[in-house]
Design a protein around this ligand. Sequence first.
Ligand SMILES: [Zn+2]
Length: 102
Amino acid sequence: MKSAVTGATDNMLGQPQHVKPSYCTVCKTILDGTSCVDDEAKPCPGDITICLYCGNVMAYDDALLLRNLTDDEKNMVAEDKTIQKLLHKIHTNPFFAQNNRH
Ligand SMILES: [Zn+2]
């Protein structure tokens, strides 16, 4: 499993990658770029990703479209220090605040 941040192609942590356009399950933003945290590989089914616009944590399904987490994945995310650190960074980033000022 890899972690990634999905959203705009700037403000990325690693090398940005284009992915199949897919809607965030919360804010409905079309997300077509991602940046892997662990390595520069493209996302695979089951990989965890975070929407850069709203901070929603999702996973890629078998067609590499975004889906909500299963209960097991939610528990894993809650205990994953890398993901929690990323969520904190996103929630305290001015870019995030700007996109959530509505
Ligand atoms: Zn979102």
